[in-house]
Design a protein around this ligand. Sequence first.
Ligand code: 5AD
Ligand code: SF4
Length: 477
Amino acid sequence: MFEPNSPHDRTPLAEERQGSVFTQEVAVAGPAKGQFYIESYGCQMNFNDSEIVASVLAETGYQPTSDIDQADLILINTCSIRERAEETVRKRLQGFKKLKRKNRGLLVGVLGCMAERLKSKFLEEEKLVDLVVGPDAYRDLPRLIEKADDGEKGLNVFLSREETYADINPLRLDQNGVTSFISIMRGCDNMCSFCVVPFTRGRERSRDPFTILAEARDLFENGYREATLLGQNVDSYKWENPETGEVVHFAQLLEMVAGVHPALRIRFSTSHPKDITDEVLETIARHHNICKYIHLPVQSGSSRILEMMNRTYDADWYKGRIEAIRRIIPDCSISSDIIAGFCSETEADHQETLDMMRYTHYCMSYMFIYSERPGTLAARKYPDDVPESVKKRRLSEIIELQHELSASHNEADIGKTYEVLIEGDSKRDDQEFKGRNTHNKMVIFPKADGLKAGDYVFVHITSATSATLRGQIVRPD
Ligand code: 5AD
Ligand code: SF4
């Protein structure tokens, strides 16, 4: 099975990942039209979008394939968050040239953030591309494919204020059958100065909560035991019932989804420090099945840099939110996104970031070098003036500190017992299971008779590295 990067890595919303493809045969509706191969890059939202695309295509008679040589249509769902993510996609596209020479009828489509950012320029720059489709235009794919079949290039990068794909049941083609993702909103209104997402994914809009509930129930009935609610900023989820005017905020949505079944675990990503409310924290604390884990990106520990980043909070505000989490959910793990070398960052600013990491004691962080993105507020306003070598050194100091923090977190778990949801066989040894605890930590342990993926077990932790915990199954205390 082709699994370069499992969709079950809990990467944050805009973390770039290398391509992953669907691998499962599915029943399709309508007359057979051909086979499509889809490869996804970037954040979890993108991977979830590919499942929406697969659903739209299957409805019109296309069959997914994991064998690129068999495909009549290759789709590549792209990421623009950092320059390197775009370079990876461009290289990958070059690799398709050979396939096009072999199969004259083969169509190549570019979806997602790069399609949105570059629009028709993509068609000019990359001659082998037949379709360019932005994140809000996936319903239009069948029409665009037909056009491209007739030799006309297809382009739709219209950004919508309403599209949430609420009625589309994503085609679940991921492999473990236990954990899955539900998009609850799209777009972002925050305008962090470094970030291209508001330009590529458009205005923020929230999905009808009843369709979210229906999707969660459907997942549970199909054997899934964990659903991660996805949004660029889940704390600003807000849906107004058009008939009654009643408003559903994120805390209420969490409560509703937690009520689907006590054995359906709920996670969510990503939270924004300015928006995460005590009500949300209290809801998490009240429900056993809402995981005690919050991904709360700080980006920088320096208030001056945070202001330039337009994050709309300062270091003290962030610390206040950490205190609220500790008070309301005493046993909660916290992770972060951190950017090294943002415009004008001094050594003192960098030290403040390291101090913030020590203060919060992150269990895990996604750490990046600042990459200037065309069109963003920072690109227009501030010179990208931290030398590459300084950015790299600061990033390696951040990584080193995180490594220490993760190791000390995991060491402190030795001797504790956690409820673990079994996700499948461990990668290295099929005599062992892997699963995660409430804190999103991977736990490896020897198998026992009668247990399978999707079961919950209690595991006593006996050893740890900075990446994983190991233990033995025990009876609950
Ligand atoms: N350069 C580096 N990192 C970035 N991120 C977003 N935009 C950029 C950029 N231009 C990081 C932020 C965000 C994460 C998903 O990606 O840390 O939280
Ligand atoms: Fe980008 Fe900020 Fe929106 Fe996250 S919250 S997607 S970093 S603009």
